[in-house]
Design a protein around this ligand. Structure first.
Ligand SMILES: Cc1ncc(COP(=O)(O)O)c(C=O)c1O
Length: 380
């Protein structure tokens, strides 16, 4: 059976050569803008491509402001600071995510609290969130306090797994009721919508990534988006070493970060952003091919976009229903030139996060044991 799957993927990609999980594609103005950037000598922290990217990105996702950063982790780190998270606070997130989500929380000195995901979205479950808060928390002086630890739960960070939107409007509702600030980890979901609104525009502040494996890439890069002018200004300030603008003086008013995106990367990204619609069509066409192919398969389920959403299908994913067969699938495909990869280990099972408080994580565990990413590169 696995032989058929490998043959199908090779047929879709019209090659028997090794197929990586996700390759970037440069088919537009990338070289032109990079050359222009090099010719201008503005390859570093100042230049027109950074401003242009920020403007065009904000327009693309429908947010008021976008602040480019050196990577998505840096964008998340600063987003959490903007949300008011400080040392000793707690932040609710999902256990099924890439490590950067929890690392960013740790950078502040805050602690992750893990709440379960929904099986269909693979993202934070608003129902599990509500249950966790009802059972463990109370409002004291306008803040959500965890009764077990006596710490404030300042923010909640859901993630749109592989570009599938979680039930973000319901999550926002729960967060608002419990005085918790919503920060979206939209690293994987550029081009994904929930109820026709772009992911990453529901939270007070959100972060995207343009790492080499993302739907568009700047080599490395990220962006913070928000509709709040004060937060946007603070984001720019904090990501550019907190330097007070002056013709010649170097005065900084707090400990900031060198998290800015170089103009060179922004040049690449402006060209990539121009291709986004082409990439989205290709990803969604590929998803449809997989969906039809796996329809008759009793052992493997292709993961389709959840209700009320339009996915970018950044990484295509399947569920190997019988846990015992997952490794055989991974072994066969990877040995036969088609790269596949299991979903992440649960964060709460990693050494650094073992002490973190958890809700009931049965859905996350079910998915962790069965979800596998399959070939997802755009081909045009
Ligand atoms: C869910 C998630 N959060 C955060 C990040 C961090 O982004 P970056 O690699 O650009 O730092 C990534 C991607 O790498 C991610 O997939």
């Amino acid at each position: 059976m696995y032989k058929n799957i490998v043959a199908f993927i090779q047929e879709v990609y019209k090659t028997k050569d090794f197929l990586p999980l996700h390759e970037p594609l440069f088919i537009g103005n990338e070289k032109k803008y990079l050359n222009d950037c090099i010719d201008s000598t503005f390859v570093s922290s100042v230049g027109k491509y950074v401003d242009r990217f920020e403007e065009e990105f904000a327009k693309k996702v429908g947010s008021k402001y976008a602040i480019a950063t050196v990577n998505g982790t840096a964008a998340l780190h600063v987003s959490l600071i903007l949300a008011g998270v400080t040392k000793d606070d707690e932040v609710i997130t999902q256990p099924l995510t890439f490590i950067a989500t929890c690392n960013a929380i740790e950078y502040i000195g805050a602690k992750s609290v893990f709440v379960d995901v929904d099986v269909d979205t693979m993202g934070l479950s608003p129902d599990a969130l509500e249950i966790f808060l009802e059972e463990n928390c109370e409002i004291r002086n306008g803040a959500c306090v965890n009764k077990t630890t006596n710490k404030t739960i300042k923010a909640c960070v859901p993630m749109h797994t592989f570009g599938h939107a979680c039930r973000i409007d319901e999550i926002l509702e729960v967060c608002t009721k419990w005085h918790i600030t919503l920060v979206e980890d939209a690293a994987e979901s550029l081009g994904s919508f929930y109820k026709e609104k772009h992911t990453g525009t529901f939270g007070k502040v959100s972060a995207f990534s343009f790492n080499g494996n993302k739907i568009i890439t700047s080599g490395g890069g990220g962006v913070i988006v928000t509709d709040d002018e004060v937060l946007a200004k603070r984001a720019k300030h904090l990501t550019t070493t907190a330097k007070i603008p002056h013709k010649w003086e170097y005065v900084h008013d707090c400990v900031g970060f060198n998290y800015r995106m170089p103009n060179l990367n922004a040049a690449l990204l402006v060209a990539q952003l121009e291709q986004l619609e082409v990439f989205l069509v290709s990803k969604r066409e590929l998803a449809l091919k997989y969906e039809i192919f796996f329809e008759e398969n009793k052992e493997i389920e292709f993961i389709k976009q959840p209700e009320n959403s339009s996915s970018n299908y950044w990484l295509q994913a399947i569920i190997v229903k019988d846990v015992k067969k997952r490794d055989a699938f991974l072994d066969y495909t990877n040995t036969n030139g088609v790269m596949t990869r299991p979903i992440w280990k649960l964060m709460n099972e990693l050494e650094m996060f073992k002490e973190c408080q958890c809700g009931d994580l049965k859905n996350a565990k079910y998915l962790e044991e069965r979800v596998v990413n399959i070939t997802s590169s755009v081909r045009v």
